[in-house]
Design a protein around this ligand. Structure first.
Ligand code: GDP
Length: 396
């Protein structure tokens, strides 16, 4: 079997095991390294060739977006990562970083259960970092922190060990202040970013390495070594020892929840219906046999396949060749194909169960934010989308 067919098999197997799925977003202030990180995660996980990462921006395919240099369109890519002998399917939803697209950010955030918050070590937490972190917490999305561009602190700013630590402490404290304020009551402590448990990682997306405390303990690599690698212009070796995809995807699997865990507390927050109904309970338990409930996060046009609606399946199973109903616009359509993602590619399957990110071909006239169910079924829509605007005051 070719490597490609094996990967398809793996993904088709994992999509039926929601405990081994992670639906995540990467959020950041502009220029803090979200694109570089996404590309290098995909390349590291073997989902695109490493030559392409850096040159080709899979997440930034829209021409308008290229021209403006900001992310507008929410797309999805997936990767398979092995952690402690178990494979996981990690779906990465692109969350637009620009505040003008607050609605899109919220929508993308509603499709994920966890977020990697990228913070540039040089600039620290910026207003937009706060905005996206707030958005995440408001949607009950659990955050982990990645402090990026550490190479610049060492090689450009020439900071010493103490100064480096102080910067990190300040960034983590600011993030935790927001988490303490905005995380769901029952998770205020659990969700704090903690250096010691590995929910904070440090590294360089550009140079492809990252480290957190559990990896330091495992590899014996210390901050002293990191200083040395950076100063010796030998970050390549560091990237071989602690590749960014390994460290960050490990952190995602370990600290961010599976749909099975997350839907139980997220659904009452993001869905407007009665929880004590068949469909409510189905979503709470990520049940593939309950009524279908999909939230559309993005609609794009494919040259060959036409309109593609991407969304999160919260309840039931979506099948190809069936009639679907749009709850908001009360329209109907027939699914031509349904599929999941492998890297940036769509892989068609017969059906896609709860917990996954689905790509639907044939969902004519679907719009982002729409709720889809099967024709003839009545369910409540996901809540109306509220925008959060840029905060005026920043957290000190
Ligand atoms: P985005 O706007 O958050 O998607 O940021 P990009 O990924 O496009 O990165 C912005 C700029 O920072 C680019 O020029 C990157 O090459 C650079 N960059 C990203 N990560 C790092 C890093 O870890 N170290 C250094 N030195 N530069 C980085």
């Amino acid at each position: 079997m070719s490597r490609r067919s094996k990967m398809i098999e793996k993904i088709k197997d994992l999509m039926y095991q929601p405990e081994y799925i992670r639906n995540i977003g990467i959020v950041a202030h502009i220029d803090h390294g979200k694109t570089t990180l996404s590309d290098n995660l995909l390349a590291g996980a073997g989902m695109i060739s490493s030559e392409l990462a850096g040159d080709q921006r899979f997440l930034d395919f829209d021409e308008q977006e290229q021209a403006r240099g900001i992310t507008i369109d929410a797309a999805n890519v997936s990767m398979v990562h092995k952690y402690k002998d178990q494979e996981y399917l990690i779906n990465l939803i692109d969350t637009p970083g620009h505040v003008d697209f607050g609605g899109d950010v919220t929508r993308a955030m509603r499709a994920v259960d966890g977020a990697v918050v990228v913070v540039c070590a040089v600039e620290g937490i910026m207003p937009q970092t706060e905005t996206v972190l707030r958005q995440a917490l408001k949607e009950n999305v659990r955050p982990v922190l990645f402090i990026n561009k550490v190479d610049r602190l060492i090689n450009e700013l020439k900071l010493g060990d103490d100064e480096l630590q102080q910067r990190f402490v300040k960034i983590i404290a600011s993030a935790n202040k927001l988490i303490r304020n905005m995380a769901p009551e029952e998770f205020k402590e659990e969700w704090l970013a903690r250096v010691e448990d590995g929910s904070v990682a440090f590294g360089s997306a550009y140079h492809n390495w990252a480290i957190n405390v559990p990896i330091m303990q495992k590899t014996g690599i210390t901050f002293k070594d990191i200083f040395q690698y950076c100063r010796d212009d030998n970050q390549k070796e560091l990237a071989q020892k602690v590749p960014i995809h390994n460290v960050l995807l490990g952190m995602v699997v370990e600290h961010l929840p599976s749909p099975k865990v997350a839907q139980a507390y997220r659904v009452p927050n993001i869905w407007s219906g009665e929880i004590d109904t068949v469909e409510g309970q189905g979503m709470i338990s990520t049940d593939p046999d309950s009524p279908l409930a999909v939230m559309v996060t993005n609609v794009s046009i494919d040259k060959h396949a036409g309109e593609i609606a991407t969304g999160r399946v919260y309840g039931g199973t979506i099948e190809k060749g069936t009639e679907i109903f749009f709850v908001g616009s009360m329209g109907k359509a027939r699914t031509q194909q349904v599929g999941v993602y492998m890297g940036p590619e769509r892989i068609n399957t017969d059906n896609v169960p709860a917990g996954n990110i689905v790509a639907i071909t044939g969902a004519k006239n679907a719009v982002a934010g729409e709720t889809i169910t099967t024709y003839g079924t009545k369910i409540a829509p996901f809540e109306s989308i509220e925008h959060i605007s840029e905060p005026v005051v920043t957290v000190a």
